[in-house]
Write a protein of this length. Structure first.
Length: 296
């Protein structure tokens, strides 16, 4: 077994010309790429994109880990209808990219509680998850609150364990789960590490994003003052011990990708963005155990 086939370390690709962006960073050492779109596909021709991306990756051993459309699929407006249509288009085209997982937000009814969104969640996602299953695919929802909470929000109900309990009870299909990351739990002051064991059957992929909790700010100003009490960080710069994360993942039998979600770190940003991402890439590879050495 090759160590890199167990847990790959990659990055997100949100650029409009995904093949061109991948070509630019191909030599940096990423082992997977997660291709993302915001709300809808726009003018993307999925067949041409797949052909172009596959040509860039041909012979490299690098994989596309997932395709993602991040929109609110639960609302009743035209924008939500387009997001639903394009999410289904991505599921139908996933085989062209060689992926087995499509990801996004669950969506939510804006301004409503998490429980009030559940019936709509079941209505919209049951046929989509079943459609994915017919194509041999999994659906994974990112665990980002998108500044929402239990009482209200605009984008996503899949942000905390209480919500996951309700979601998977409402939609008990085995091919739906989470695109999990510790950062979003730390923003809620939740300890992320125990979640790996508790939700091992539902964690399909990871976003590589961390956080720094500023305890001195909490002591002085609380969590609702003018000074942010927590900051998003690129792995290797935050509070999380990713050696522990990867060890827990291996203990529960996880196989998949950790794709670095860049463009959030308040320090390693702008001209330092890729510097930070490559630091994270090398850090995560070391946390994974370093260079694979076969047994004699």
């Amino acid at each position: 077994m090759n160590l890199n086939d167990d847990i790959r370390i990659g990055t997100l690709v949100s650029a409009e010309d995904k093949a061109a962006y991948i070509r630019q960073i191909l030599s940096y050492g990423f082992e997977s790429f997660s291709l993302t779109w915001w709300e809808n596909l726009g003018n993307t021709d999925l067949e041409r994109t797949a052909d172009a991306v596959n040509k860039v990756l041909d012979g490299s051993g690098i994989a596309i880990s997932s395709l993602s459309v991040f929109g609110n699929l639960l609302e009743n407006d035209e924008k939500a209808e387009i997001s639903r249509r394009d999410f289904k288009r991505v599921v139908a085209a996933a085989a062209n990219f060689g992926v087995d997982t499509v990801t996004g937000f669950t969506g939510r009814l804006r301004g409503r509680t998490v429980p009030e969104s559940l019936e709509r969640f079941r209505e919209i996602w049951t046929p989509l998850v079943e459609f994915a299953g017919e194509h041999g695919l999994r659906i994974a929802w990112e665990n980002c609150p998108m500044e929402g909470n239990w009482q209200s929000g605009d984008w996503n109900i899949a942000f905390c364990p209480d919500a996951w309990e309700l979601m998977f009870a409402a939609l008990p299909l085995k091919n739906c789960g989470l695109q999990w990351e510790p950062c979003h739990q730390m923003f809620q002051l939740i300890d992320p590490l125990p979640q790996i064991r508790a939700w091992k059957d539902r964690i399909f992929l990871l976003h590589g994003k961390d956080a720094t909790i500023r305890h001195e700010v909490i002591r002085q100003c609380g969590i609702g003052g003018s000074e942010p009490f927590v900051l998003p960080r690129t792995p290797g710069f935050g509070d999380t011990n990713w050696t522990d994360i990867i060890s827990e993942l291996r203990l529960v039998g996880f196989h998949g990708a950790i794709d670095i979600e860049g463009w959030h770190d308040p320090v390693y940003r702008d001209e330092l963005e890729m510097t930070g991402q490559i630091h994270a890439l090398n850090y995560l590879k070391q946390c994974r155990g370093g260079t694979f050495v076969p047994n004699p």
